[in-house]
Design a protein around this ligand. Structure first.
Ligand code: MCA
Ligand code: AMP
Length: 511
């Protein structure tokens, strides 16, 4: 088979190679490669009828579904750029992303999502998934419209320290180069079946799970979401060969396996050959517990929206807990001093930089942010801190930028602080991440109130955030203080706030 340079090349190659092979399994339905191409072609026609042209943005505000997969490929068939939108996003995020990307069309699955867009006053014509029938017609797409490898395939929004998220532009060539590297490193073949419970609106699910399947012409068993009992039941059926997840999913699988064992129900994963974890640090304890219960050493890897997958533990060699391994084939990584930007020797902690054909084309309509993200030699500054061992394994030790990762979702403190500060009872607010057994980290807000604290204010502030932002960004706790600690320049000292909370220092309730 030739090497595909765009998602549509990959689809076309799959249709030629194995037209009847199931690409997508969903809700007891099976979509062959041929069916998928035919339905995607219908989406392409629907989008053209809506006035979408090459380079226009088509936002998918959709849960995991065959409609997501076929609309995504249909948009690519006409050279459109897909904008990924987390379905948990609410007015603040929706307004920003849809305005910033200037989406011409937004595809939604139901009226509730259309209503959210309206409340957010978001631009773009709304198209419902029910507009396009999910049946293979036997009619093949007009492959002549396919995009070029250098065309932007998607924009994934990811935040910087400014609080407003930036659109990372990934080209078709980025996506396919990374799929080539990932599938090679993980020995992914056309005989694999991946169980995918991750959301497709983030790169982990889409860029690794879906693209890898398409690239290898294998099969993905897609679910609406993650449910530990359902995953274990599915694995026991003996057809799945791979599972990709975030650490929270693995801790939940361990808890479910223990529950079953305590009732005498065996946990069977005989057909499995690979469990992969990423998006957040996997603790060595979870790694060890999983190995003991499931007999598999989880392969941990490290990625980013801007770069898809960067580093991976080896498939055949030692999977070393607490580390994220080494660069994928054809990609590079190094550690530089945070201040001098010079490469550091092995063993020393600095910022991780990466380079390769997987690295994105820049931030959408933001040349300044793009310029700041790269050095003169084309190395991309990841903003993650770490070190490399003498035998080449990278370990992530922290982040140079403010970022909370909860259950694999990223939360930028500034975004939550801005929403809190809009509340009339808040004089100033600082948001930090504290350790959390289930999600890795949890969001905690420290608030200096504008007036004495009234009963119920904590819950009111949490609800205030929940209605304006994705609910996983809401603070789990609000701690009231008289004022925030600031340095001589007036900048809030987040590390002091964090230390005080971690050491259970009792902040004042009322100023
Ligand atoms: C859900 N909730 C959360 C989280 N998820 N709270 C904190 N952190 C979370 N991660 C809250 C909801 O807001 C809601 O609150 C309540 O929990 C129930 O929501 P539900 O959707 O039922 O939760 P769940 O299904 O149990 O979700 C947990 C999850 C999910 C399966 C771990 O968070 C998840 O799929 N995470 C993976 C995200 C991901 O794909 N990340 C990759 C991005 P309330 O009831 O109060 O409203 S990073 C990436 O792509 C790069 C490339 C990489 O390296 O991978
Ligand atoms: P996102 O911007 O949503 O793509 O999230 C990417 C960030 O997730 C990275 O910059 C890291 O901080 C974090 N991340 C991804 N994989 C890992 C991992 N295996 N260990 C620790 N952090 C990770």
């Amino acid at each position: 088979m030739n090497t595909p340079l765009t998602t549509i090349d990959a689809l076309r190659r799959a249709v030629a190679h194995a037209p009847e092979r199931p690409f997508l399994l969903f809700d007891r339905r099976s979509f062959s490669y041929k069916d998928t191409a035919a339905i995607a072609a219908r989406w392409a026609a629907r989008l053209r009828a809506a006035g979408v042209e090459r380079g226009d943005r088509v936002a998918l505000f959709l849960e995991n579904s065959p409609a997501f997969v076929t609309a995504y490929l249909g948009a690519h068939m006409i050279g459109a750029i897909v904008v990924l939108v987390n379905t948990l996003y609410r007015q603040t995020e929706l307004r920003h992303i849809l305005n910033d990307s200037a989406a011409k069309v937004v595809i939604v699955g139901d009226q509730a999502h259309a209503d959210l867009l309206q409340q957010a006053d978001a631009p773009g014509a709304v198209i419902f998934t029910s507009d396009v029938a999910l049946e293979g017609s036997g009619e093949m797409p007009d492959w002549t419209l396919t995009p070029a490898p250098g065309d932007i395939a998607l924009i994934g929004y990811t935040s910087g320290t400014t609080g407003r998220s930036k659109g990372a532009m990934l080209t078709h060539a980025n996506l396919m180069a990374n799929s080539a590297a990932v599938t090679r490193a993980w020995r992914w073949t056309e005989h694999d079946r991946l169980l995918l419970t991750l959301p497709l609106f983030h790169i982990h699910g889409l860029g690794v799970g879906l693209h890898g399947t398409l690239y290898t012409v294998s099969t993905v068993d897609l679910r609406r979401g993650f449910d530990a009992a359902d995953v274990l039941d599915t694995l026991a059926h003996g057809q799945t060969t791979m599972f990709f997840g975030v650490p929270t999913m693995y801790t939940r699988l361990i808890a479910e396996a223990r529950r079953r064992q305590s009732t005498g129900t065996p946990v069977r994963v005989d057909s499995m050959r690979l469990f992969v974890s990423g998006s957040a640090p996997l603790s060595p304890q979870t790694f060890a517990e999983f190995e003991e219960l499931f007999g598999h050493r989880i392969l941990e890897r490290y990625g980013m929206t801007e770069t898809i997958m960067n580093l991976t533990n080896p498939y055949d060699g030692e999977r070393r807990p607490g580390t994220v391994g080494m660069p994928f084939p054809g990609q590079e990584a190094r550690i530089v001093d945070v201040r001098t930007r010079q490469p550091l020797p092995d063993g020393e902690i600095g910022e991780i930089q990466v380079r390769g054909p997987n690295v994105f084309a820049g931030y959408w309509r933001n040349p300044q942010a793009t310029a700041e993200a790269f050095d003169a030699d084309g190395w991309f500054n990841t903003g993650d801190l770490g070190w490399r061992s003498t035998d080449g394994y990278f370990t992530i030790t922290g982040r140079a930028r403010e970022l909370i990762i909860s259950g694999g979702y990223n939360i930028y403190p500034r975004e939550v602080e801005e929403v809190l500060q809009e509340h009339p009872a808040v004089a100033e607010a600082a948001v930090v991440g504290l350790p959390d057994a289930e999600f890795g980290e949890q969001v905690v807000a420290v608030v200096a109130p504008a007036a004495p604290v009234t009963d119920g204010l904590e819950q009111e502030l949490i609800d205030w955030c929940r209605t304006r932002l994705a609910s996983y960004k809401k603070p789990r706790q609000v701690v009231f203080v008289s004022s925030l600690p600031r340095n001589a320049l007036g900048k809030v000292q987040k590390h002091v706030v964090q230390q005080q909370l971690t050491h259970q220092a009792q902040p004042e309730r009322t100023p």
